[in-house]
Design a protein. Structure first.
Length: 415
């Protein structure tokens, strides 16, 4: 009898889930009749839907209000333990009068790829959108598609494991889906750590630099993406876009609580060729603690955004329709960056329909390529001890090279 009641409770819980479609509920009911586990079947159903595949594979769950929640609890526990050990190591170095610059993140919080590969992966949607952009004759329509590409790419950068920091001079060569779209990356600075990326294609050319600044708070980490970003398409006008501003990322639950990721702030894109701007505001209706207490209206999803295309270059803090006259707003867009983008009532991107290109390694890369790092292969195999030693050796070598360069510059100035 108790088992029967449990099954009924599971069924009621599943039917209340807003993420399940009517077809999915039918499958669940059929599965329940065989006495199966509802939660497991729900995940299997979602895996069959490309809309959820990426998130399930990376152990994420989309919460309509909170944001993107990471469900890899074993990894979270390991990271938190490593964070406490890191704090103790920094404190010990300070007490002993040593530099904290020699303290690096442990290998257990790393993934077996470098930041060069991570940056390249954020361009996965570009080949598909490039074809749509080149096919348009209207500059506004072109900017709509480029804005959709820029927003759709945001979730490609969401990983809870940190990529390995490339060594100064390290490179990465690869393809965006095919050898038509060639990727060339290089680490061009040690402090701050900065990467440069070039993508050459018959459809477009990318020239960009990339580095991340992080702000660490008691229970959260904020990330600020910096760098220059320029994309030129091979249409008749050679339409060129600059990414002028990017939204800030926030990861809460660093020490305790749920591990949640979302974006705040603005994205600003400039169409250099036609003097147009796309200005997007993320999480525009976010409520503070007091607002949540006094305002009983239902909050929007944390991945909600809204924005516009305009000829104004000033940053528009209020991106609601009422804030603009028709002469200022050329097009209006809104959506949820985890699932869809709508511009002037039409869908320009849907997670469930649009597939990004896979990042493929180039054959016979340079000897400086990330593929030849001594720490990546053991890390991929789970040999953390060997990977940690190899990572430490690489970082010590980089510090030694930096001292030699500083000494050379100092000696050159005296001459």
């Amino acid at each position: 009898m108790d088992e029967e009641n449990k099954q009924k409770d599971k069924k009621k819980e599943a039917e209340k889930d807003p993420q399940l479609t009517a077809d999915e509920l039918k499958l669940l009911k059929k599965f329940e009749a065989t006495g199966g586990d509802v939660k497991m079947e729900r995940e299997e159903i979602k895996l069959k839907d490309p809309k959820y595949k990426w998130f399930i594979e990376h152990l994420y769950d989309i919460d309509p209000v909170k944001g993107l929640i990471w469900k890899d609890y074993d990894r979270i526990a390991t990271q938190r333990k490593a964070a406490f050990n890191l704090v103790k190591e920094v404190g010990a170095n300070i007490l002993k009068g040593r530099s904290v610059m020699n303290v690096s993140l442990p290998i257990v919080v790393m993934e077996p790829q470098t930041m060069l590969h991570r940056v390249a992966s954020t361009y996965g949607y570009l080949p598909t959108f490039a074809q749509k952009i080149i096919a348009q004759s209207d500059p506004v329509e072109k900017l709509k598609y480029y804005t959709a590409f820029s927003i759709a790419s945001l979730h490609r950068d969401l990983q809870q494991l940190k990529p390995l920091n490339p060594i100064w001079g390290e490179t990465y060569q690869g393809y965006l889906g095919s050898s038509d779209h060639k990727i060339y990356c290089e680490q061009i600075s040690h402090h701050p750590p900065m990467s440069q990326i070039t993508i050459e294609s018959p459809l477009f050319t990318v020239h960009a630099t990339h580095h991340i600044e992080a702000g660490v708070y008691p229970t959260a980490v904020k990330t600020y993406k910096k760098g220059k970003h320029k994309v030129t398409f091979n249409d008749e006008a050679k339409t060129t876009y600059l990414l002028k501003e990017r939204p800030d990322g926030k990861i809460s639950g660093a020490v305790f609580g749920e591990r949640i990721m979302y974006y705040n702030g603005f994205m600003v894109i400039k169409d250099v060729t036609n003097n147009l701007y796309a200005q997007i505001r993320f999480n525009p209706e976010k409520q503070g603690v007091l607002e949540k207490f006094f305002n009983k209206t239902k909050p929007t999803r944390s991945d909600f955004f809204k924005g516009l295309i305009t000829k104004r270059k000033e940053l528009l803090k209020d991106t609601s329709r009422k804030a603009f006259y028709s002469k200022d707003m050329i097009a209006y867009c809104e959506g949820e960056w985890l699932e869809y983008i709508i511009v002037d009532g039409e869908h320009y991107w849907e997670l469930s329909k649009d597939e990004p290109a896979e990042i493929l390694p180039a054959p016979n890369p340079l000897p400086s390529d990330s593929a030849f790092r001594d720490d990546i292969q053991p890390l991929a195999k789970g040999d953390l001890e060997t990977a940690q030693k190899a990572k430490d050796d690489l970082e010590n070598l980089q510090r030694s090279d930096r001292k030699l360069r500083a000494a050379f510059k100092k000696a050159a100035k005296k001459k």
